[in-house]
Design a protein around this ligand. Structure first.
Ligand SMILES: *[C@@H]1O[C@H](CO)[C@@H](O)[C@H](O)[C@H]1NC(C)=O
Ligand SMILES: *[C@@H]1O[C@H](CO)[C@@H](O)[C@H](O)[C@H]1NC(C)=O
Ligand SMILES: *[C@@H]1O[C@H](CO)[C@@H](O)[C@H](O)[C@H]1NC(C)=O
Ligand SMILES: *[C@@H]1O[C@H](CO)[C@@H](O)[C@H](O)[C@H]1NC(C)=O
Ligand SMILES: *[C@@H]1O[C@H](CO)[C@@H](O)[C@H](O)[C@H]1NC(C)=O
Ligand SMILES: *[C@@H]1O[C@H](CO)[C@@H](O)[C@H](O)[C@H]1NC(C)=O
Length: 580
């Protein structure tokens, strides 16, 4: 007993390995996930850590801010090949000047078991406060990382907060183009937080052209050939891909300048994934490639995701749960949904489209799974009851009912969509704004039931919510792309396609369609209104900072529809509905 006690006292390192959240997975129920800290301890009996220099080639990141804590992330690389654990001290300060006034700090280890990922929760912070953070090598305190910055959220009961802004991103495909969108948002610095609704990486190999959605060129002409240059299956594959993405300077800039809230879409695992498979993998012999079943592949992908992204582990007893929520005083709640990996029923896998079309009205079908659906509906009700003004729903696929009938979007899960609308309408919940990605084009819609009963297509009265679906950071347009030339189509072709979409009978909810540009949008909330500003980038085949405001939409408090005239009648791209 005494010797154990002495050992514990002599080994502060025991505690420090516990605090590295990179060893956690979203779930203790999935055996392939997470890394046993006991096993790690057994491998490093002498409690001796690396005493050479480290580099920080992947910079720093922060995420999932709360009013008193945040997740901080980095990934040190020892300069010599040495199997010993690396010890870093994270440091948080209100100033980036002298680093003499450190508010919180701790020494935490990382090891090869988690590929040297380092993820900690910094606690004891003040609400609505800007902090700076960095990581110092325990063996040499002069050997420090770059400095990052984040803002804590307002306290849940903060009634004074009257301004809040986010930039919303999706679909960043490395070989297809440069991440100008991330770089521009970091440089303009006009937001509080960055939200990513998925497809943060792509799992394809460079020449993986199966169809025009997945035919993204090989990246050779712009020096962005995927690493490894094969489709991802193993843990090592996914880790290598994250290393490549996180070497990108624009992505690094936005990670360092703002805390992010992220959820995954399909490509963090595999194209058109659902709970039990993806377009090209499943757990049958035929669907097993590289001797990796879909279940193993998903576990590999998920483990790498948790190692690389600054997100919290929400509930280790609940499957692959990453759906979670954030409170921003009484101004807003943000719900981050997982419509992909958690419990999605069968989706369109290209060879079964007709079959899935037959199922789209099935009441039992769920996109989110029963547990997440119940959670979400309760959260919406609670949010309304606690008086949170704006209810932001960060999720992946396009929500509006569209005649294009993409059954890999909410259109393929109509009963789940109706249950969301029932929750909103039956509880008189105001100010719901849905934030979507996935589609590589811009779509702005009022949201009502599929039958559109009581919906005035001119004024928007009878709408229950609003959707802002943003285009891709770099993935090519879903409204057409010339994969032979590896170039967008001529601009007028996008205008023709958008005009047809806006004019199609059944698409009356859709108010703006734009497919020519890559980019992102910002959402600025006040007590009076929510304003979405869409930024378009014409060319992502070179790295530059050119972008333009395509359109600005306003949703007034409690209006639950887009303000007319739409975008004040002015857009610099795409097609605005004209139903007056
Ligand atoms: C912190 O200070 C350093 C040194 O002056 C500077 O290079 C860096 O840009 C600053 N970082 C932030 C996030 O302000
Ligand atoms: C599994 O994948 C293979 C190959 O893509 C496909 O032929 C097969 O139909 C799939 N099986 C199921 C049950 O989806
Ligand atoms: C799959 O496993 C078999 C049997 O162990 C082996 O012969 C084959 O090379 C493996 N294939 C791949 C792609 O790893
Ligand atoms: C909603 O509020 C009730 C009552 O405060 C609480 O028991 C429940 O856990 C909350 N639900 C969610 C999803 O937060
Ligand atoms: C792509 O460009 C080539 C060469 O100009 C042309 O022949 C082809 O029709 C274009 N494809 C599309 C989809 O526009
Ligand atoms: C839609 O069609 C009508 C005529 O049917 C036309 O006047 C209008 O300009 C078209 N375009 C849009 C964007 O509404």
């Amino acid at each position: 007993m005494l010797s154990l006690l002495l050992l514990a006292l002599a080994s502060p390192a025991v505690a420090s390995i516990i605090h590295n959240r990179a060893y956690d997975s979203p779930s203790f129920r999935v055996p392939q996930l997470g890394t046993s800290r006991d096993a790690v301890r057994r491998n490093h009996k002498r409690w001796e850590y690396y005493d050479g220099k480290v580099e920080f080639p992947y910079n720093v990141a922060s995420g999932d801010p709360e009013s008193d804590s945040v997740i901080l992330w980095t990934h040190p690389v020892p300069t010599t090949d040495d199997p010993r654990p690396v010890c870093l001290e994270y440091q948080v300060s209100k100033s980036n000047d002298s680093w003499s006034d450190i508010i919180t700090a701790d020494q935490v280890w990382t090891t090869q078991d988690v590929d040297y990922s380092y993820k900690v929760e910094a606690k004891g912070l003040e609400p609505r406060t800007t902090y700076y953070y960095r990581f110092a090598n325990c063996a040499d305190k002069e050997n420090v990382s770059p400095v990052g910055r984040f803002l804590t959220t307002p306290k849940e009961d903060d009634v004074e907060v009257d301004k809040l802004s986010f930039a919303v991103f999706s679909c960043s495909n490395y070989p297809y183009g440069f991440f100008n969108a991330y770089g521009n948002a970091a440089a303009r610095d006009s937001i509080d937080y960055a939200v990513h609704v998925g497809d943060y990486i792509y799992e394809y190999r460079g020449d993986g052209c199966k169809d025009y959605y997945s035919c993204y060129g090989d990246g050779r002409d712009i020096g962005r050939v995927p690493e490894p240059n094969l489709e991802l299956f193993t843990l090592e594959d996914y880790r290598t891909r994250y290393k490549q993405y996180r070497s990108d300077e624009d992505l690094q800039a936005l990670h360092a300048s703002h805390a992010w809230q992220l959820v995954w879409d399909d490509h963090e695992v595999a194209d058109n994934s659902w709970k039990a498979g993806s377009a090209d993998s499943n757990d049958t012999v035929a669907g097993t490639q590289y001797n990796t079943s879909f279940t193993e592949r998903k576990a590999n992908a998920v483990k790498a995701y948790f190692e690389w992204l600054p997100i919290r582990t929400v509930d280790t007893d609940d499957g692959l749960r990453i759906w979670r929520s954030f409170k921003f005083g009484t101004l807003a709640d943000l719900f981050m949904l997982d419509t992909r990996q958690y419990n999605r029923d069968l989706t369109d896998l290209y060879y079964n489209t007709a079959e899935v079309r037959l199922l789209e009205n099935d009441d039992a079908r769920s996109l989110m799974g029963g547990r997440q659906e119940n959670w979400f509906y309760n959260e919406l009700k609670n949010s309304s009851e606690r008086g949170a003004q704006w209810k932001l729903v960060g999720q992946q696929i396009v929500f509006a009912n569209l005649v294009s009938d993409n059954v890999d979007a909410w259109d393929g899960y109509k009963a789940n969509r109706r249950r969301v609308l029932d929750t909103i309408s039956q509880n008189n919940i105001d100010n719901v704004i849905i934030l979507s990605g996935d589609s590589h084009a811009n779509w702005v819609s009022d949201i009502t039931y599929d039958e559109k009963e009581g919906y005035n297509t001119v004024t928007g009265d009878g709408s229950y919510a609003v959707e802002f679906a943003g285009t891709a950071v770099s993935s090519p347009s879903s409204l057409g792309y010339n994969s032979t030339l590896n170039k967008p189509l001529p601009a007028e072709q996008y205008i023709q396609t958008s005009t047809a979409l806006i004019n199609a009978t059944g698409n009356e909810e859709l108010q703006w369609s734009e497919g020519a540009t890559r980019g992102y949008f910002e959402l600025h909330l006040t007590r009076q209104d929510a304003t979405a500003v869409f930024y378009g980038i014409d060319d992502v085949r070179t790295r530059h900072s050119d972008e333009r405001v395509l359109a600005t939409f306003v949703v007034e408090d409690k209006a639950n529809k887009l303000r007319r005239p739409l975008a004040d009648g002015q857009v610099t791209g795409g097609v605005l509905a004209d139903r007056g």
